[in-house]
Design a binder for this molecule. Structure first.
Ligand SMILES: [Zn+2]
Length: 424
């Protein structure tokens, strides 16, 4: 018996559950945990808002334990009886971005956050953890959740069209991206579908997505807005749209986001999904992407295609921003005394675990910004919103600029690892 337990632990630690083990702990569908993250520059609090049972779980059934350790937060789900970890995932929120702004020094604010886990058969212990400034996780909140409790809501939206626009297989074997439109009226649904296909087809021309096109399903959820376009506060344009997307998030004109997470998840729940992509029917430049939360982009700007995949890099693979000159108002976003968790940024504090293996012996570390190194993998100073102390892997990359030719090799490797984790 002891040996069986040890073997089980071994598999759990590697992040694999056999299909039989998955069936032992989970049934069909997902448990959606809506919660509130609140706080200020110094404190963070979490509390449950609502629990829901939803029809689909779009994620992998075999790798329920996160192997990446990306994200400012993570959820740890334990079987209440055995206390065994049965599901873990890292994620990010708009809260921690806001916490680095000046406003967070002055007031408290709340943000909606949602996590979905495979629907548990028996009681589970859920904890939400956040990183300290030194990178270690600490528990913000924990609760026992009883999946058979009457308090779990089964409400859902009615009469919303859904379409599988690109079908490469079952939800358990493929990565399902749920696209939801914002600022599309009922007469613009055809445009919504055309926009999804235009963006997705561009994604599949870009490495490494080009190699893995057959591992993705593309879904459309027809959210219908009363008005066309989205809210643009600096121009005093206020629109009545399905998902309430807006520019000027965190006082950055081009930061397009929606704080209506629960509403977005209500639409997404109508299809299986691994990732949610909200596309906004406007030609103004902008977007945003938050790891394991959702991505947003405008669709009709001449740079929308490159913004589209840049934001997906954040939300899907935990990639960090490699740029350092911008209007982004984050102050001191990265603690330079520690290694950041983002796979494509380093402070050179623990570089061994990053992309050292991809650097030629003839390339100096740090790498000078000289033309002879422009096509090389190196360690270039400037990234993560600062010019000094944070380093990026390439002179240019899709995570640095819209002019870059592609994702750099380090970002490509990180994306590929995530695709394989979710599908192999
Ligand atoms: Zn890169």
């Amino acid at each position: 018996m002891k040996q069986i337990v040890l073997i089980l632990l071994f598999f759990l630690n590697l992040g694999y559950l056999s299909y039989g083990q998955f069936q032992e702990y989970f049934e069909n569908g997902s448990l959606r945990i809506d919660f509130i993250l609140s706080g200020n520059a110094k404190e963070t609090h979490a509390s449950i808002f609502e629990l829901k049972k939803e029809p689909y779980f779009g994620g992998t059934l075999l790798k329920t334990i996160d192997q990446f350790e990306y994200g400012e937060f993570r959820i740890v789900v334990k079987d209440a009886e055995s206390k065994e970890d049965i599901y873990t995932r890292g994620f990010c929120s708009l809260l921690e971005e806001w916490q680095t702004t000046e406003e967070a020094e002055l007031v408290d604010k709340s943000f909606f956050q949602t996590l979905t886990v495979p629907y548990p058969r028996d009681n589970i212990l859920v904890s939400i953890e956040k990183r300290t400034r030194n990178g270690a996780f600490y528990e913000l909140f924990h609760a026992e959740i009883k999946p058979n409790d009457d308090g779990v809501s089964k409400s859902h939206l009615e009469n919303i069209g859904t379409h599988k626009l690109i079908d490469n297989g079952s939800k358990d074997e493929c990565i399902d991206i749920a696209f939801i439109g914002d600022g599309y009226t009922k007469d613009e649904i055809e445009k919504f579908h055309d926009d999804i296909l235009r963006l997705s087809n561009y994604l599949f021309t870009q490495a490494p997505f080009d190699k893995f096109q057959k591992k993705f399903n593309i879904w459309a959820v027809d959210a219908i807005s009363e008005e066309s376009g989205v809210t643009d506060p600096r121009k005093e344009i206020w629109k009545d749209t399905a998902l309430r997307s807006s520019f000027n998030t965190l006082n950055s004109d081009r930061y397009l986001a929606s704080t209506n997470t629960f509403l977005i998840r209500d639409y997404a729940a109508l299809v299986p999904y691994d990732q949610i992509y909200v596309i906004a029917n406007t030609d103004k430049y902008g977007g945003g992407g938050i790891y394991n939360h959702f991505s947003l982009t405008s669709v009709d700007n001449h740079r929308s295609l490159t913004v589209f995949i840049h934001e997906f890099g954040h939300a899907f693979a935990g990639l960090g921003d490699e740029y350092y000159t911008s209007e982004v108002s984050y102050s001191d976003y990265f603690n330079q005394a520690i290694e950041p968790w983002q796979p494509n940024l380093t402070t050179l504090k623990e570089f061994e675990g990053k992309w050292k293996d991809m650097i030629d012996s003839s390339t100096p570390v740090p790498t000078p910004a000289k033309e002879k190194y422009f096509r090389k993998v190196g360690v270039f100073e400037g990234g993560g919103y600062v010019a000094k102390g944070v380093y990026r892997p390439a002179y240019d990359c899709r995570m640095k600029s819209n002019e870059a030719r592609a994702f750099c090799p380090v970002c490509q490797r990180a994306i590929e690892k995530m695709i394989l984790f979710l599908t192999d």
